[in-house]
Ligand binder design. Structure first.
Ligand SMILES: O=c1ccn([C@@H]2O[C@H](COP(=O)(O)O)[C@@H](O)[C@H]2O)c(=O)[nH]1
Length: 274
C-alpha cells in the first residue's frame, strides 16, 4: 500500500486506528478453546467486528511465534483474512547483520518464500544501515523503525545525549533518512512520549508515525493527534488490549466493535483539524 492509498483509506473511514492483534491464548474466551485454531477464530471475529472503523491491523509476532508452528499458521491465516484495504504491520522488531536481515525481510515480505506478505515490518535501528537496507529493497513495502518507544526503559538509551547535543532517538530519525524516505519508512513513537512529538515533527515532518500506547498504556489520543498530525494525517495509532480484550466473554467481538467505534469517533473529530 502506498502513502497516498493509506491516506485515502484514512479519509474514507475517518479513522487512523490500528487494531493490535496481540492474541494471547491464555486470554481468549473459553468457548473458542475447543476449536481447531482458537487464535485464528478469535482474530477473525475481531477483524469482522472492527474493520469498518480501522485502517490497519498489527499482529505482534511474539504472540504467534511463542506457539511454534501452530502459531505461525494462525498468523498466516490471520494475514490472509485482513482486508486488502487495511495496512498490515508485522510487529516483529527485527534487524541483524545484512545477510540475516535479508532472510527476516523474506519472512515477512516474500509470499513465495514464507507464505506471508505484510505491508510493513517493525525494525530496530541500532545495528545501522546494513541491518535496515535489506527490508527497504522490497518494493511497495515499509520499514517501521523504532524511534522513541512507549515503555519506561526508553529512558535507558533512547534519551541519551550525544556529543552533538542530540538525543539518541533524534539521531535515529535524522540518520535513517539517508536510508529511506516517507514513502517507505515510518517511525514508532510511543503515545506516552507526547512531549517529544513537536520536536520529532521538526525532524520528520512528512513521515507516518506508528503510535502505540493509547488504551492499556494510558497515552492520550487527543494529545498525540494535536502534536503529531500532519497534512496527510501522518499517524497510525495502535490499540491492542483495550480493544481485543474489552470483554473476556462470548460477547468479546461485540465489545471490541464498541471500543473501536468510540476511538474512531474521537479520531473523526481530530481529522477535521487537517
Ligand atoms: O514502543 C512500543 C513499541 C511497540 N509496542 C507494541 O504495541 C502494542 C501495544 O499494545 P497495548 O495493549 O495497546 O498496550 C504491543 O504489541 C506492544 O508490543 C508498544 O507498546 N510500544
Amino acid at each position: 500500500m502506498t502513502k497516498a492509498e493509506l491516506f485515502e483509506q484514512i479519509k474514507i473511514k475517518k479513522s487512523y486506528l490500528c487494531v493490535g492483534l496481540d492474541t494471547d491464548i491464555k486470554k481468549i474466551p473459553e468457548h473458542l478453546l475447543g476449536l481447531e485454531d482458537p487464535i485464528f477464530e478469535f482474530n477473525k471475529a475481531i477483524i469482522d467486528a472492527t474493520s469498518e472503523f480501522c485502517v490497519s491491523y498489527k499482529p505482534n509476532i511474539a504472540f504467534y511465534e511463542a506457539l511454534g508452528p501452530r502459531g505461525w499458521e494462525s498468523l498466516r491465516k490471520t494475514l490472509d483474512y485482513i482486508p486488502k484495504d487495511c495496512f498490515s504491520i508485522a510487529d516483529a522488531k527485527r534487524g541483524d547483520i545484512g545477510n540475516t536481515s535479508s532472510l527476516y525481510a523474506r519472512a515477512f515480505f516474500d509470499e513465495t518464500s514464507s507464505g506471508m506478505s505484510f505491508d510493513s515490518v517493525t525494525v530496530a535501528p541500532y545495528m545501522g544501515a546494513d541491518s535496515v537496507q535489506p527490508f527497504l529493497e522490497f518494493k511497495n513495502k515499509w520499514v517501521i523503525l523504532l524511534a522513541l518507544t512507549s515503555n519506561v526503559g526508553s529512558q535507558d538509551f533512547e534519551f541519551s545525549e550525544l556529543s552533538s547535543g542530540q538525543k539518541l532517538f533524534e539521531k535515529v530519525l535524522e540518520k535513517s533518512q539517508e536510508w529511506g524516505n516517507d514513502e517507505n519508512m515510518m517511525y514508532v513513537v510511543g503515545a506516552t512520549q507526547t512531549e517529544s512529538l513537536v520536536g520529532i515533527r521538526k525532524i520528520v515532518p512528512e513521515h507516518f508515525l506508528l503510535i502505540p500506547g493509547v488504551g492499556a498504556q494510558g497515552g492520550s489520543l487527543e494529545e498525540v493527534s494535536k502534536y503529531g498530525m500532519n497534512s496527510t494525517c501522518g499517524l497510525l495509532v495502535n490499540s491492542s488490549r483495550a480493544i481485543i480484550y474489552a470483554s473476556s466473554g462470548e460477547d468479546f467481538a461485540e465489545k471490541a466493535r464498541i471500543e473501536t467505534q468510540k476511538v474512531q469517533a474521537e479520531m473523526e473529530i481530530c481529522l477535521d483539524w487537517i
